[in-house]
Design a protein. Structure first.
Lengths: 134, 652
């Protein structure tokens, strides 16, 4: 019986060799898998740390920009108030006197309402284009 | 034997470990269970930060949305002098120079906090510093001089070439300026250590003195002290928001745990109009310049709604710079100061007499040639000797005797009822309003002096109707004349037009409120007819006339009481009226207290100012002039041409 098995083994060498190859491939695959996992974990960790650091940096930058925006908004509001203050009647009248403009609103009767003949309006814009004349 | 020894040793070690673990467990139990809350609180304090977000106080606008009061962003500057180190004197110089502070005074304040062991750590250097000034201060950073000493400079170059610093820092070193200027600025700047900039805001009156007495001001904490700021403090006041977040040891934010948003204060819109107010203040200033009174007021209201259109007074103040101001300047005297109205009271009394059908415009009274004794006291018509005068002439010529006789016809009870109905002796209740669910507490207001009927003496009936012995505020007079102008209906005076709720933008409008009817419409129209004559050339105030419009009004020249007696040198000159007379756009009173130059009569001092304010305001409001056919030209002329049987009261 044993002789028969040996003979068969000798005849079917491929089976023996195949088994040998499979055993080595399994061990090497495990090592590669472990290495891959370790690398992946390391890479993920590095990326995570890098992302965290970049996120933190961005957040700080955002805060700084926010502060600048806040400051600019405040300055803008201050300038708007100053503008309104300069637009005040008292200020304008003072400037009018200072600049010698002598601006006066129209006196009663100075501006007269012109009676318009509806049938024949003095300015009929429908026929000619409206052009500013100087 | 040996085995037993091992066992004993093992047991001892095990017991020792067990005891140790037991102690540890007890300690852990104490930390984790017993002191859990306490320690958790301490830990939270370490890593949790809290930031308060301040909302901004509501703005105040005029009726057309022109901003009057806003908030100017600024900073409070705090200092921790212990951190100034060796540069203390240098930093002191910078602070006093940049913030305009007295160096010695600042040193005295900082010295206290600098002393070792002092409980004061931080000192306020200056509050409410402008953003530009604080930014300039923030730019200062540490530098090293060529001789190795450290200093602070706002210059961006590595070495300072500021004119002020040059001698101090680089004077000893003979170096080429150009080569130094080329040097790059330091990459990282160190601001002045120990300085802290706290964001804050300052109430800012955009138009400075305009409406200052009405608007009032706030205290350093931002709470309203007086004026509209106090009246509507509840609405204007912002609600602070708070944010809690966890932070890392460097103070950087990790994540937010809790936040409540800040809410700005509501915006308030007044009934006053900025251009009208400007006209009034300009003209009042011109009157003050010409007649030099000790005080002056002008008040304008819309008789149909009771809305105040303008409120000016002298003396006034600049709310943006309140250093050294006195209560006389910041108080709203239109609400608080009473004066004897003089002849302006006559129209009210005569209107009452007509309302009780005691007299009409054509009823004639003997004016005793200008001098009449009543209750053993003489009463004069100032400067004139009138004989018989009709009621309309009594108003036009402002006869004291005629008015006193009308009041006598009327009787004490009716006169009292009339004056009481017109609101004398009681506050007007200005801004006693309910806006939505907000009930306003009316501002402090004088009630004037008007004695109750049981305290009247025999002379009262002849003196009260001519405005003597009675004290009124400008507000009361305008309220009363508003009723005359509005066909006898008195409106509740108010200065608030609407509220704009922050966030939602919801607008809560104040609706006009009727206080009551004080006269029949017919009686009101009759007295208006007589009042129109005052500004004719035969009246006491032709200077109050406005070209193209009919003015109904009345002058007042009241002697002031000095040491219990009427003074012959101190007067209150006033004019009150409305334009256009038959369809009034506004009621205006102008009062000059103790005018000391160029006359003292109401017709001379106040009437021209009334005319100028009215003319400009009518033009601004675009009120059409009264058509010529509807104008009352001159009553004497009309009387000459009128049918013999026609009464004056029947004339338009």
């Amino acid at each position: 019986m044993a002789n028969v098995r040996e003979r068969l083994n000798e005849e079917r060498t491929y089976r023996y060799k195949n088994l040998q190859v499979r055993a080595h491939a399994g061990a090497r695959g495990l090592v590669w898998r472990v290495v891959l996992i370790v690398c992946a974990v390391a890479a993920i960790s590095v990326v995570y740390v890098w992302l965290q650091s970049a996120g933190g940096k961005n957040a700080r930058e955002l805060q700084a920009k926010g502060r600048i925006m806040e400051l600019n908004a405040k300055n803008l509001e201050n300038l708007r108030l100053e503008l309104e203050s300069l637009r005040g009647g008292d200020n304008i009248l003072t400037k009018v006197v200072e600049m010698g403009l002598a601006l006066q609103p129209p006196r009663p009767g100075q501006v007269r309402r012109v009676s318009v003949d509806r049938a024949n309006p003095p300015f009929d814009h429908s026929e000619r284009p409206l052009v500013a004349q100087y | 034997m040996r085995r037993d020894v091992y066992l004993v040793r093992l047991t001892c070690v095990a017991l020792g470990l067990l005891t140790g673990y037991a102690f540890l467990s007890v300690h852990l139990f104490k930390l984790q269970i017993v002191r859990h809350e306490e320690l958790l609180g301490k830990a939270r304090q370490k890593y949790t930060a809290r930031r308060t977000h301040r909302g901004s106080r509501g703005y105040i606008y005029d009726v057309n949305g022109n901003p009057l009061v806003g908030n100017l962003a600024c900073r409070d500057i705090m200092a921790e002098p212990r951190r100034f180190d060796k540069c203390y004197d240098h930093i002191l110089d910078i602070l006093s120079r940049e913030l305009g502070l007295d160096r010695d005074a600042l040193h005295r304040r900082l010295k206290k906090a600098k002393e070792p062991g002092s409980r004061v750590v931080e000192v306020v250097v200056k509050r409410q510093v402008d953003m530009t000034d604080s930014e300039r201060l923030k730019k200062y950073h540490k530098k090293k001089a060529l001789d190795g000493s450290e200093y602070y400079s706002p210059c961006e170059n590595k070495h300072c070439f500021n004119e002020n610093c040059l001698d101090q820092l680089c004077g000893k070193v003979n170096l080429d300026k150009e080569s130094l200027e080329k040097e790059k600025p330091p990459s990282k700047t160190d601001p002045i250590p120990g300085l802290r900039f706290v964001e804050s805001s300052r109430r800012y009156h955009l138009k400075e003195r305009l409406m200052a007495n009405l608007l009032g001001f706030t205290d350093s904490q931002g709470a309203g002290v007086v004026g509209v700021e106090k009246l509507l403090d509840q609405s204007l006041r912002p609600h602070d928001g708070e944010e809690r977040f966890e932070r890392d040891p460097s103070g950087n934010r990790l994540h937010q745990t809790q936040a409540s948003a800040a809410r700005d204060g509501d915006n308030v819109y007044l009934t006053l109009s900025e251009p009208i107010q400007q006209i009034m203040e300009d003209e009042l200033a011109a009157m003050v310049g010409k007649h030099a009174p000790s005080a002056a007021y002008a008040l304008m209201t819309d008789p149909r709604t009771g809305a105040v259109l303008g409120m000016a007074q002298y003396p006034s103040f600049n709310p943006n710079d309140r250093r050294g101001i006195s209560p006389d300047q910041w108080q709203n005297r239109i609400l608080l100061h009473g004066f004897e109205p003089g002849s302006t009271m006559k129209c009210v009394a005569i209107a009452g007499a007509m309302d009780y059908n005691v007299v009409d415009l054509d009823t004639v009274f003997d004016c005793e040639d200008g001098y009449w004794v009543f209750c053993r006291r003489g009463l004069r018509d100032s400067g004139h000797k009138y004989g018989n005068l009709a009621v309309w002439e009594i108003v036009q010529k402002s006869s004291n005797i005629g008015t006193a006789k009308i009041a006598l016809e009327m009787g004490q009870g009716r006169l009292y009822q009339t004056l009481h109905r017109f609101g004398f002796g009681q506050p007007t209740g200005l801004d006693h309003l309910t806006i939505g669910d907000l009930v306003l507490k009316p501002p402090l207001e004088a009630s004037g002096i008007f004695r109750p009927l049981h305290k009247w003496d025999g002379l009262s009936i002849s003196r009260f109707p001519i405005g003597q012995g009675i004290l009124v505020t400008p507000l009361q007079m305008v309220q009363a004349y508003g009723a005359l102008a509005n066909d006898g209906v008195m409106m509740q005076l108010h200065t608030i037009d609407r509220l704009e709720v922050a966030g939602t933008g919801e607008v809560r409008k104040v609706l006009p409120q009727v206080k009551g009817r004080v006269l029949r419409p017919g009686s009101a129209r009759q007295i208006v007819k007589a009042m129109k004559l005052v500004t004719q050339k035969e009246g006491t105030a032709p200077k109050a006339a406005v070209e193209g419009y009919e003015v109904a009004g009345k002058t007042g020249t009241a002697q002031k009481v000095v040491d219990g007696q009427y003074s012959s040198s101190k007067y209150v000159a006033s004019f009150i009226g409305f334009v256009p007379a038959d369809n009034p756009s506004f009621v205006l009173i102008v009062v000059a207290d103790e005018p000391s130059q160029n006359g003292y009569y109401g017709g001379t001092v106040a009437a021209p100012t009334f005319s100028r304010i009215a003319e400009k305001t009518l033009r601004y409001m675009q009120i059409a002039p009264t058509p010529v056919r509807h104008r009352t030209t001159s009553y004497t002329e009309r009387l000459v041409n009128a049918d013999p049987g026609k009464n004056v009261s029947e004339l338009p």
